[in-house]
Ligand binder design. Structure first.
Ligand SMILES: *[C@@H]1O[C@H](CO)[C@@H](O)[C@H](O)[C@H]1NC(C)=O
Ligand SMILES: *[C@@H]1O[C@H](CO)[C@@H](O)[C@H](O)[C@H]1NC(C)=O
Ligand SMILES: *[C@@H]1O[C@H](CO)[C@@H](O)[C@H](O)[C@H]1NC(C)=O
Length: 606
């Protein structure tokens, strides 16, 4: 036994500068108390103008203060994680568990097939034993164009995977790689292969784009695979039978790349859709995938990514496993969430799409308070936790028990038997969507599902490495950004107002500070009302010559203005500036980060 055999597979670090932040929050708190004291002692008497505006302002400030308290709870104690992949590899390389990777797409127009297969290829090329990887694409668009692209991808993977592994390329999405890579002219061996592979990729891309532009599969292509026959029966994308095609069957000894190495399993699924059944959007697709994959590969760990989020780091699954397989703390881990990161941020990030504050500060804060929420993409789940199992403290994962895939059934038979699992009526009178799998009836099914997993006793982990694990595309126009934020605010608020409210569901199940943390996003929506009030009413009053802000002199003024300055400085030091400057404005309901200071700033300027 080597001497590092008892060392943990990951470490946890407390954030630097916590004390400074905590002290600073205390200062804000004192400043706020001064303001309340003033508001209460100077209420205009009955009959005087501005009495109601004044009282309204007081309540707005009270709300801001409460919301500020919630955000401060979240940010009080952030923690950061670090993994030791060499220890993982040293101890478990031969016994690594299987991983099922789910990629969800819904529309071949909004999500072009070329983008989808780039994501698929990037996860197929993980630095992981390929026979233990299975990649599932759920196509809710039920499109033969996407199927065609997957067929092309399954062929190209035979060249792409060995190429990536031989030259240790990063990132492993061909599009992203060839966009930034420079031709390696200095190394003749690499250079030759490089230009061949690049050409093959460009050809494939053109073929797919041509077909996509055409909008239908030519007769020639449809002869290339039996799967195209399925579309003969498809009436429309909302009305069709289950289409399930195992494009690469990892059990098949002939499924090999050009170097003779095994390939990951690759499955295309368009679950059954009928107009009389509700399909439950992405949650429904995820649940169909959970069931179908349990019949095919049944891996203990599930990674799910959106089709526009390619893997930027071929070691991410190993990172995730360091948490699940840690001998001491691993058994309690239900899911490991990676940050959402984007490569498509507009100049100065005017729409605040990078989600910097959320990803760099609030999620580590959640982790410090008991575990991050699940944000729907870039997340590794323990299959059992996702399938509704409760954690109990004697639970010990036995990774070996999962690794017995039957080799008897032929691919054809396996396809047929698995189809049933994706049919519309499979979930009737079951707990799917309620206690099992991803939850239904919410616009933010991910957050709700994560909360439920935590309430069943599992711990979640936030892991944000320097080099991002997954990169996606962010909204680049105001309209897209507004639509997205409206959906989030709306969905989160619905959770709060329902029986899934963190205080109800989480009562006695998760720590109070985590229950409070979960309120931070649901309260965006109501906060927008007070913000509007705060922006509109004082201006109207000013037009009528009524001032709702006092002339402050002396000590108080000095106090308030100095910490507004400190606040701005801190924000810029932490690189969060862009967020509050523009982000808060378009969101209206944005983050408090600027709200409390906005109203303090009003006081200071007045
Ligand atoms: C794509 O379509 C164009 C014409 O629309 C044609 O010239 C070209 O050869 C096609 N490319 C491939 C790879 O099929
Ligand atoms: C963002 O993505 C769009 C396509 O989704 C692309 O046309 C555009 O060039 C990208 N912009 C940046 C800055 O990467
Ligand atoms: C993505 O990966 C590349 C290396 O392949 C790295 O240089 C880059 O910084 C990564 N991007 C992000 C946003 O972390």
């Amino acid at each position: 036994m080597a001497k590092d055999d008892n060392l943990p597979l990951f470490e946890t670090k407390l954030a630097k500068g916590r004390i400074l932040f905590q002290f600073y929050s205390l200062l804000i708190f004192v400043g706020t108390c001064f303001i309340f004291a003033y508001r209460l002692s100077h209420i205009p008497a009955k009959g005087e103008p501005g009495r109601w505006a004044w009282i309204g302002l007081f309540f707005s400030e009270l709300w801001f203060c409460f919301y500020w308290f919630v955000t401060t709870v979240v940010r009080w104690n952030p923690i950061y994680r670090n993994t030791f992949k060499d220890r993982l590899s040293h101890r478990y390389e031969k016994a690594l568990p299987g991983i099922d990777i789910f990629v969800c797409t819904a529309d071949p127009v909004i999500e072009p097939p070329v983008m989808v297969i780039n994501t698929v290829l990037s996860v197929m090329a993980y630095d992981y034993p390929p026979e233990k990887l299975s990649v599932y694409l759920s196509d809710d668009g039920g499109s033969d164009l996407t199927f065609y692209a997957m067929l092309e991808a399954s062929r190209f993977s035979k060249i792409w995977l060995p190429f990536c592994k031989k030259f240790k390329l990063e990132p492993r999405s061909p599009e992203a790689y060839f966009r930034t890579a420079v031709e390696p002219l200095g190394e003749p061996v690499l250079a030759k292969e490089w230009s061949t592979v690049k050409m093959l990729y460009e050809d494939m891309k053109k073929r797919i784009e041509n077909t996509t532009k055409l909008g239908q599969i030519s007769e020639e292509i449809s002869k290339e695979h039996k799967g195209f026959n399925e579309w003969i029966l498809v009436a429309s994308r909302h009305d069709h039978q289950t289409i399930l095609q195992i494009l690469i069957d990892g059990r098949d000894s002939e499924a090999m790349d050009i170097q003779g190495q095994p390939l990951p399993t690759l499955v295309y699924l368009a679950r059954e859709k009928r107009t009389q059944y509700h399909h439950h959007f992405k949650a429904g697709a995820m649940n169909a995938l959970i069931r179908v994959s349990s019949g095919i590969s049944n891996s203990p760990i599930i990674l799910n990514v959106d089709c526009d989020m390619y893997s930027n780091n071929s070691k991410s699954v190993r990172d995730g496993l360091c948490f699940f397989m840690d001998e001491e703390k691993g058994n309690k881990v239900g899911f490991v969430q990676f940050p959402q990161a984007f490569e498509n941020i507009t100049k100065n990030d005017v729409y605040s799409s990078s989600l910097n504050v959320t990803m760099q500060m609030e999620m580590p804060g959640f982790d410090g308070n008991g575990g991050p929420c699940y944000i729907g993409t870039g997340c590794l789940h323990r299959r059992e936790a996702l399938s509704g199992k409760k954690y109990n403290k004697n639970f010990m994962e036995d990774w070996k028990r999962w690794s017995n895939r039957s080799v008897e059934e032929s691919t054809r038979v396996l396809e047929e038997t698995s189809k049933v699992l994706a049919s519309c009526n499979y979930e009737e009178n079951t707990q799917w969507g309620k206690e099992i799998g991803v939850k239904y009836d919410s616009a933010v099914e991910d957050v709700l599902t994560g909360l439920a997993i935590q309430c069943r006793g599992w711990r979640s982990i936030y892991f944000s490495p320097e080099r991002k694990g997954f990169l996606g595309v962010a909204p680049t126009t105001l309209l897209q950004s507004l639509v997205q934020h409206r959906r989030w605010s709306d969905g989160d608020f619905q959770i709060f107002a329902s029986r899934h409210c963190p205080f109800v569901l989480g009562y006695k199940n998760i720590p109070l500070k985590l229950q409070l943390s979960y309120c931070i996003y649901p309260l965006w929506a109501p906060t927008s009302l007070t913000t509007l009030y705060y922006v509109i009413v004082p201006s109207l009053c000013l037009l009528k010559g009524i001032s709702l802000f006092p002339q402050i002199h002396g000590f108080l003024h000095l106090y308030l203005s100095s910490f507004s300055t400190v606040h701005i400085a801190l924000e810029n030091v932490f690189g969060l500036g862009a967020h509050s400057r523009a982000g808060g404005m378009i969101k209206g309901c944005g983050y408090t980060e600027e709200q409390l200071p906005t109203f303090l700033a009003c006081w200071t300027i007045s």
